[in-house]
Ligand binder design. Structure first.
Ligand SMILES: NC(=O)c1ccc[n+]([C@@H]2O[C@H](COP(=O)([O-])OP(=O)(O)OC[C@H]3O[C@@H](n4cnc5c(N)ncnc54)[C@H](OP(=O)(O)O)[C@@H]3O)[C@@H](O)[C@H]2O)c1
Length: 210
């Protein structure tokens, strides 16, 4: 698959490298494609990843992953150009700048706002409920972490589920995009337990069934 990743930081860099290692064509959409800080990431991606402007990266891709801070999300979508018909994977969490909570919720979500900004795109919320350090290896003591996915387009969710499964996650369809109102606070639960309430960062959520 041709995957554009907007943002080459913790989340974008980890996902891009891992998908490149699994044979996908990855292009990081960045503000400065010549930035030397990308050198190591591109080298570690084994020649299967490139860097380009956000617009060029998106133009050539079927799937676009949004991995920028919430405060930059609207700007990044604006810079992405025509997203109609593309699968846009929203990995953002709308954190307040001081991380004290979410900047929006209950009656909307980052996922839904992004769907409003990215007219005609098939927005899928995913990769927001676990620390980036686990995204390339979500196995915990022999069990796969769940990756909760929500969105309004069934085929787009299937595609994103297959990308999550390729990394080792157990994909879980959590329902329509409005469910992002629940997945974003779930991310805050992970962050607060990991960094403030003593659980540490080696934790993950898994849905159990019987
Ligand atoms: N870190 C985690 O464990 C984690 C886990 C799940 C979800 N998330 C969410 O994922 C998102 C990314 O987090 P992160 O930790 O990967 O952040 P990060 O390491 O700070 O990386 C952010 C990336 O976004 C780029 N960026 C910022 N503004 C941009 C713009 N207007 N246009 C294009 N690129 C832009 C930055 O590029 P420059 O180098 O040019 O600034 C950088 O490459 C956040 O919304 C976060 O809440 C994070």
């Amino acid at each position: 698959m041709k995957i554009a990743i907007i943002g080459a930081g913790n989340v974008g860099g980890t996902l891009g490298k891992a998908w490149a290692a699994r044979g996908h064509d990855v292009v990081f959409g960045v503000r400065d494609p010549h930035d030397r800080k990308l050198d190591e990431l591109l080298k570690d991606s084994g020649g299967r990843a490139q860097a380009a402007s956000v617009r060029n990266a998106v133009a050539a891709a079927d799937i676009v992953v949004l991995a920028v801070p919430w405060g930059s999300a609207q700007d990044a979508i604006r810079g992405a150009g025509d997203l109609r018909g593309k699968v846009v994977v929203d990995a953002t969490n709308p954190l307040k700048p001081d991380l004290s909570g979410l900047a929006l919720g209950h009656t909307t979500s980052a996922g839904e706002e992004i769907a409003r900004w990215a007219a005609g795109a098939k927005v899928v919320k995913a990769f927001n409920t676990i620390g980036a350090q686990h995204m390339a290896n979500p196995r915990f003591d022999g069990q796969s972490a769940s990756m909760f996915i929500c969105g309004d387009d069934a085929a787009a969710k299937k595609t994103v589920a297959s990308l999550a499964a390729a990394l080792g996650f157990e994909p879980v369809d959590a329902g329509p995009l409005t469910q992002a109102r629940l997945l974003e606070p779930l991310a805050l639960l992970w962050i607060s337990m990991a960094y403030a309430y003593g659980q540490g960062t080696d934790i993950a959520f898994r849905l159990l069934r019987r």
